[in-house]
Structure formats: C-alpha cells, structure tokens
Design a binder for this molecule. Structure first.
Ligand SMILES: NC(=O)c1ccc[n+]([C@@H]2O[C@H](COP(=O)([O-])OP(=O)(O)OC[C@H]3O[C@@H](n4cnc5c(N)ncnc54)[C@H](O)[C@@H]3O)[C@@H](O)[C@H]2O)c1
Length: 322
C-alpha cells in the first residue's frame, strides 16, 4: 500500500504512545482512522488532536473497547462500519499492549493473564473479528505490534518477563504465519510484525493505571537475590537499602521511562514507512536492530548473563546494520 490517502485504518491502543502517533500521521496523510482504547481521557485527547489536525473531509472516530473482550470488539467493529459508512477497512494496527506480570513463578495468575490476554488475545480476536472487513477491501494490511521481547524473552537481559514475552512471541509467529495464508487465500492482504526496541512512551504509567501494579513488581526474595548485581552495576548505591527502598528506586526509574528511547512519532514513521515498502518485519530503533542481529548470530548465548553487555558493546561500536 503506497498511499494511505482515502483508506480506512483501525488502531487499537490509540490513547497514547505509538498508537496515537500512528493515528496523527495517518490522518495527516488523508487516511480515515478509528481508534480504540480503555483509558477514555487519553482517547478523547487523541480524538481532539486528530480532529484539530485532520485535512478537510478526513474522518476520525474514537471508541472505548477492551481488546481482551470479544463482545467489546464486535461492538467496536459494528461502530466502525456505522460511523465511517464503509463495509471494509484497509489497515488494522494491533498496537494495544500492557507490560508487567514478569514472573511465572511469583506473579498472581489473574495479573499474568491480564498481560497475556491483552498482548496476545487482543491481537488474535481483533484480527479474527475484523477479517471480514479486511477481506471486503481492495487492498488491506494487518500490522501487529510485537517487541524485541518477541524474539528475546527477558527484560533488559535479566528480569523475567514471561507473560509479555510469551504473548509477543505468539504475535510474531501468528503474523509470520499469516504471510503465507494471505498469499494463497487472500492475495490482496499483507501482514507485518512490528518489533520496537526502547520507545519512550507512557506504557509503564498506563500499565499501572490499568492493572494497579507496577511493571516491575519484585518480591522480597527476588530483590534479595538480584541486589548484589544491582549494587555492582550501580543501580543501587546503598548496600543496606531495604526491599521497599529498592522498589521505590525501580518505581522512580519506570516513571522516567517516557524520557528515554526513540519518540513515538519517530517510531510511527518507521512503522508506516515499513508498511509502505511492504516489509513483513519492521524493526524499530537501532537497539532492536542490534538485538536482532546478536540473537541471530549467537542464539545459544542469548540468555547468558553478559549477553546484554555484548549487545550494548556492539551498539557503542556502531556495529549495527539497519
Ligand atoms: N514503548 C516501548 O518501549 C515498546 C517496546 C516494544 C513494544 N512495545 C509495544 O508497543 C505497543 C504500543 O505501546 P506504547 O509503548 O505506545 O505504550 P502506550 O501505553 O502508550 O500504548 C498502549 C495503549 O494500549 C492501551 N491498552 C492497554 N490495554 C488495552 C486493552 N485491553 N484494550 C484496549 N487498549 C488497551 C493503553 O491504554 C495505551 O493507550 C504495545 O503493544 C507495546 O507492548 C512498546
């Protein structure tokens, strides 16, 4: 799809971050957009921003929809058809996600499933329920957001990230499988998987708001086990710091997540350029490229303790191909 003008795009998780940036860039290019989210204030802000920026005649709608719930998605789909007056869509961005639920051993089951269901079932159910509308288009593209955790299953190399990684691996596998399925059974459709590295968004804040728990929710025992390493790498300066003080350090670090990495706007541009050039794998950021190359070069070492340091060295030496 070379040109988004006149097309209709559906974006999940459009309240903030990459979803909002995708909506704004698509609208600016003359694409009609329908966004959904579960945080309604953010959704309203995206709607106002897009309406303020939209060229004349471009339609943007916003819908409350929890992508874990099939009934919500069916209502969203029916509202898109009704509000946009079309019986097809051209682009489906399965972007909604939350983080956290790191440990399969320690995280309560309902919290674990909340992350897994958002990041995996959200993509699966949205694609299943919107498929008839994609099939009805002349030209369609499904864009599923995975992560570097879709090919490397630990956060920062040493923090367990089991629910998120399992879901993001599933998203990557599903999208790759769709490529062949579409080629033979729906030749007017394409599929791409997006694998961002570090993008400075409100994901830690939104995850806390939606789930009531921090992205990194360590037990006392985990903190005790990891403390020597955090002292060694300078994250914890006081060897006598208590578990609560270390949790506060993590909370503070997470609250500054938005300040680092690539911006959402830069990430959205990379994603849309990838869709336009029909890339099926869209890596976002030089860290994602470095990570991808390192895992492919030495898969057996990917979970060694010094693997992240090795990736960081490669980035410092500029030894990364994009
Ligand atoms: N920020 C990063 O560093 C990074 C890295 C790799 C992958 N990702 C992925 O990128 C995607 C976008 O995340 P972001 O970083 O822009 O964060 P974000 O928090 O700004 O955006 C995610 C949006 O999804 C919404 N959402 C959460 N649960 C939902 C649900 N059940 N139904 C509908 N909407 C829901 C949130 O409210 C939020 O608006 C996510 O899938 C995330 O996992 C992010």
């Amino acid at each position: 799809m070379q040109d988004f003008s006149g097309k209709l795009a559906v974006i999940t998780g459009g309240g903030t971050g990459m979803g909002r940036a995708l909506a704004r860039q698509l609208v600016a290019e003359g694409c009609d957009v329908a966004v959904c989210d579960v945080i309604e204030d953010n959704l309203a802000e995206t709607l106002a921003l897009c309406r303020g920026e939209a060229p004349q005649g471009v339609a943007i709608t916003a819908h409350r929809c929890d992508v874990r719930l099939e009934d919500d998605i069916a209502d969203f789909r029916d509202a898109v058809v009704r509000d946009h007056g079309r019986d097809y869509i051209n682009l489906l961005f399965n972007n909604a996600g939350i983080a956290g639920a790191g440990s399969f051993v320690n995280t309560p089951r309902d919290r674990w499933e909340q992350t897994f269901d958002t990041c995996w079932n959200g993509v699966y159910l949205m694609t299943r329920l919107f498929l008839p509308l994609l099939m009805a288009s002349d030209e369609g593209h499904v864009v599923n957001t995975s992560s570097v955790n879709g090919f490397h299953a630990a956060l920062g190399g040493s923090i367990p990230h089991t629910a998120y990684s399992s879901a993001k691996f599933a998203v990557k596998g599903f999208t790759e499988a769709l490529i062949t399925d579409f080629r033979y059974n729906a030749a007017h459709l394409k599929a791409s998987v997006v694998m961002p590295g570090y993008v400075g968004t409100g994901i830690t804040r939104n995850t806390l708001e939606i789930t009531g728990t921090d992205v990194v929710a360590f037990t006392d025992a985990e903190i005790e086990r990891q403390k020597p390493r955090w002292i060694e790498n300078g994250f914890v300066s006081d060897p006598n710091a208590t578990a609560d003080e270390i949790r506060a350090l993590w909370r503070d670090w997470m609250s500054r997540y938005e300040e680092g990495g690539m911006t959402s706007e830069e990430a959205a541009t990379v994603i849309l350029d990838g869709v336009r050039s029909e890339k099926w794998r869209i890596l976002v950021g030089s860290d994602a490229h470095a990570f991808d190359a390192a895992v492919r070069a030495a898969p057996e070492q990917a979970y060694d303790a010094d693997f992240m340091a090795h990736v960081a060295n490669q980035m410092e030496e500029g030894d990364v191909e994009e």
